[in-house]
Design a protein around this ligand. Structure first.
Ligand code: PMP
Length: 360
């Protein structure tokens, strides 16, 4: 068996230990005589799996007691609409920061429900910078402020948490959650699709402060009302049971590896060496300002884009796959989430050096 180093932006690699454990429990979960996929979500076995996953997530992220953790479906994209439906709370306007493709999608959807005030945008630098916080035009009466701490496509990551005072801060953490320690208490709500740092696609996690619940618009469907799910411990309907179980195994794995602090140390080292390899060469380039470079998604271009195909071919020969950049940016993108082993980064850097020697 060969496990490739998969640099996909998502669905992304999962820890091998987690996959092996899931394999060993596939047909018979701990003497239950059935697979987790076959269990009733209301049975005592599954309830123990669900509760332990939530407890472990609360533990690794140090989630305060006045926050609910919801295990939902619909991906982060469903949240783009769910957020205004729940959080406008009678107000007419919400603040959004535009730092790239995912911010824009969130803004487009919110525009259907409220007046969107774009408080800052880095479109003029082609999303290679994070707008300086001092320049943000925050509305103190906004229902909430939404931003995307890590733009998966542009590889742009905030190096600070915005201070929004009484305006609830809402963050799309799809591609950065669990990558390092985070002060959850600074946020009104955090959400993330699972398929990068959490588990398989199909599960979406929402972490929301209690006081933001119960204010959904009348037209908000029950399935999109956070209160519905909070009151039912995410079991209002059948949740994505297998994804929830696997996420729980990933949370245990993170704990065993030193928690999010341990992840942060490894992730910083991984990102630092890849950016150093790019910066030390005259052949590869990353366009993002240094202090806002993502630890998780590293886009880079080659000196000559005609060589892109050759680069991908040679990378694949060394089992380094899914490196093709997003069509809007071009070049390459290495997504290096928690489960990407450091050996994968080392192998990529070695391949890049060899390729540059040949063609640079
Ligand atoms: N936000 C960000 C930052 C993302 O990276 C993605 C997926 N790549 C999404 C939202 C959309 O997520 P989903 O496919 O789960 O709807």
């Amino acid at each position: 068996m060969t496990r490739k180093f998969n640099f996909s932006a998502g669905p992304a690699m999962l820890p091998q230990e987690v996959l092996e454990k899931a394999q060993s429990e596939m047909l018979d979960w701990q003497g239950s005589g059935m697979s987790v996929m076959e269990m009733s979500h209301r049975g005592k076995e599954y309830m123990s799996i669900a509760e332990s996953a939530e407890a472990n997530l609360r533990d690794i992220m140090t989630i305060p007691d006045n926050y609910k953790v919801l295990f939902l479906q619909g991906g982060a994209s469903a949240q783009f609409a769910t957020i205004p439906l729940n959080l406008l709370a009678g107000k007419e306007s919400a603040d959004y920061v535009n730092t790239g493709a995912w911010s824009k999608k969130a803004i487009a959807e919110a525009n259907r429900y409220c007046s969107v005030n774009v408080v800052a945008s880095s479109e003029d630098t082609k999303f290679t910078t994070v707008p300086a916080f001092e320049s943000w035009d925050i509305n103190p009466d906004a229902a909430y402020l939404h931003y995307t701490p890590n733009e998966t496509i542009g590889g742009l990551e905030f190096s600070f948490i915005p201070e929004t005072g009484d305006v609830p801060l809402v963050a799309d953490m799809s591609s950065t959650i669990l990558s390092r320690p985070l002060d959850v208490s600074k946020f009104g709500m955090i959400y993330a699709g699972a398929q990068k740092n959490i588990g398989p696609a199909g599960l979406t996690i929402v972490i929301i402060r209690d006081d933001l619940l119960g204010k959904a618009m009348d037209i908000c469907p029950a399935m999109m009302n956070y209160e519905t799910h909070a009151n039912a411990d995410s079991m209002y309907n059948t949740p994505p049971t297998y994804g929830w179980y696997l996420a729980g195994e990933v949370f245990k794995w993170i704990k065993e590896k030193g928690g999010v602090a341990g992840m942060g140390e490894i992730n910083k080292r991984k990102a630092d060496k890849l950016y150093a390899a790019i910066d030390d060469s005259d052949f590869y380039k990353n366009p993002v300002e240094v202090q806002s470079r993502s630890w998780m998604n590293v886009p880079f271009t080659l000196g000559n884009s005609d060589l892109d195909g050759k680069f991908l071919e040679q990378a694949a020969e060394r089992d380094l796959v899914t490196l093709k950049g997003h069509r809007s940016v071009g070049g390459m993108r290495a997504s290096i989430y928690n489960a990407m082993p450091e050996a994968g980064i080392d192998a990529l850097i070695e391949m890049m050096k060899d390729f540059e020697k040949q063609y640079g």
